[in-house]
Design a protein around this ligand. Structure first.
Ligand code: NAD
Ligand code: DAU
Length: 350
């Protein structure tokens, strides 16, 4: 019986992960903690409380050490999946500080508490033996590797060269996770995945922003020349990959996760326009993002050959399903855009 502490489980990937894990592992207990920032949304989880007794949500900040201690004591946590983060590059350019406190200090607080609770002899500072089966899984990003030119792919052994305050904070978190493994022997894995898309993604990110603007007949703001390339991964594939690493990942290892779907931003925007029967005149090229990474591409071969995970979605299928999801869930998106989102949008795009 595992008791999994999912952090940031009211966000886009975390909420999908919680639902998938409850379906896949009915004998596991899932404790979801989230401080409910602008990106956290309990509406994304509203079907859960009704159906599952092995699930609990606790509103908590990962930087709150005493609350995290209390949770480890009360629930005998056996694994941590750390999704909680400030996740949007543009916001990190506006205001980097919270990216450092949440993404770096928050990760260190979780590691510190997990280390103390999982050690076989908590009083021995040199003890490197931990309870059976415990694991700290850090959900990182391909952005820590920096940007690629026209060719090449990210592999796990590459040096980290982050370019934005967001990716620098995620790279710092990776380094502290690695250091806890090297110094204290705590069992960890780090996963680095490419751009996710799918249901319940906050409409500050490219795909839901473009779908939402299309539906409202608003201009579609494409940064720079729109030829930047991302490697798109369906969120369900990502969640299954994390589950695979949780169960099969070798202690201390890093695993890249990608969808084998490299696309230029402008091609995605055009596909959304076509699917929603809009005119391409709504495309508006705007000032580029400072330090904008040109291309990301993930080499998946370590996780596919060593752990047996593979992405199942093609982009063509996944994007159609995703657009349909936003058409079918207008209430979810309207609740978001009727709040603080409007002032965020004006600040960033006016
Ligand atoms: P998201 O912004 O949708 O969700 C983040 C969640 O974390 C929110 O629910 C928020 O309330 C919560 N949170 C933020 N600060 C917190 C704090 N201090 N304490 C507790 N909870 C806090 O992000 P996402 O897109 O779901 O990304 C999840 C993770 O995956 C992040 O670590 C991100 O860096 C990583 N990642 C995301 C992508 C992607 O394409 N979305 C790709 C690679 C990696
Ligand atoms: O690669 C993984 C990363 O993917 C994650 O670590 C981040 O948490 C996640 O936000 C995402 O980062 P990106 O910066 O790649 O995603 P975003 O959706 O913000 O932008 C995708 C591309 O689209 C990027 O090249 C910028 C461009 N873009 C984005 C927005 C919001 C536009 O051209 N116009 C826009 O309005």
């Amino acid at each position: 019986m595992k008791t999994i502490l999912v952090t940031g489980g009211a966000g886009f990937i975390g909420s999908n992960f919680v639902k998938i894990m409850l379906e896949k592992h009915p004998n596991y207990k899932i404790i979801n903690i989230d401080s409910l920032t602008y990106a956290g949304n309990l509406e994304s989880l509203k079907h859960i409380d009704r159906n599952y007794s092995n699930y609990e949500f606790i509103k908590t900040d990962i930087r709150d050490r005493s609350k995290i201690e209390e949770i480890f004591i009360n629930y005998d946590i056996t694994s941590v999946i750390n999704f909680a983060a400030e996740s949007h590059v543009d916001r990190s350019i506006e205001d980097p500080e919270i990216f450092l406190t949440t993404n770096v200090i928050g990760t260190q607080v979780l590691l510190d508490v997990a280390k103390r609770h999982w050690k076989l002899n908590p009083k021995d500072k040199y003890c490197r033996e931990y309870k059976n089966g415990v694991k700290f899984l850090q959900v990182s990003t391909d952005e820590v590797y920096g940007a690629l030119g026209k060719t090449g792919m990210f592999v796990e052994t590459m040096p980290l060269m982050p370019n934005s305050p967001y990716s620098a904070s995620k790279a710092s978190a990776d380094m502290i996770v690695r250091a806890f493994n090297e110094t204290f022997g705590i069992p960890v894995n780090i996963t680095r995945c490419s751009n996710n898309y799918g249901p319940y993604q906050f409409p500050e990110k490219l795909i839901p922003l473009m779908i939402n603007n299309c539906l409202q007949d608003k201009p579609l703001p494409v940064y720079g020349d729109g030829l930047q390339v991302r490697d798109w991964l369906h969120v369900f594939d990502h969640c299954h990959a994390i589950d695979t690493v949780l169960h099969k990942g070798v202690d201390g290892e890093v695993y890249n996760i990608g969808g084998n779907n490299e696309k230029a931003n402008i091609d995605i925007v055009k596909l959304i326009i076509k699917t929603l029967n809009k005119s391409s005149t709504i495309i508006k090229y705007v000032k580029d993002r400072p330090g904008h990474d040109r291309r990301y591409a993930i080499n998946n071969s370590k996780i596919t050959t060593q752990l047996g995970w593979e992405p199942s979605y093609t982009f063509e299928h996944g994007i159609k399903e995703t657009i349909q999801w936003y058409l079918d869930n207008t209430e979810w998106i309207e609740n978001i855009i009727s709040g603080d989102y409007a002032s965020y949008y004006d600040k960033m795009y006016s």
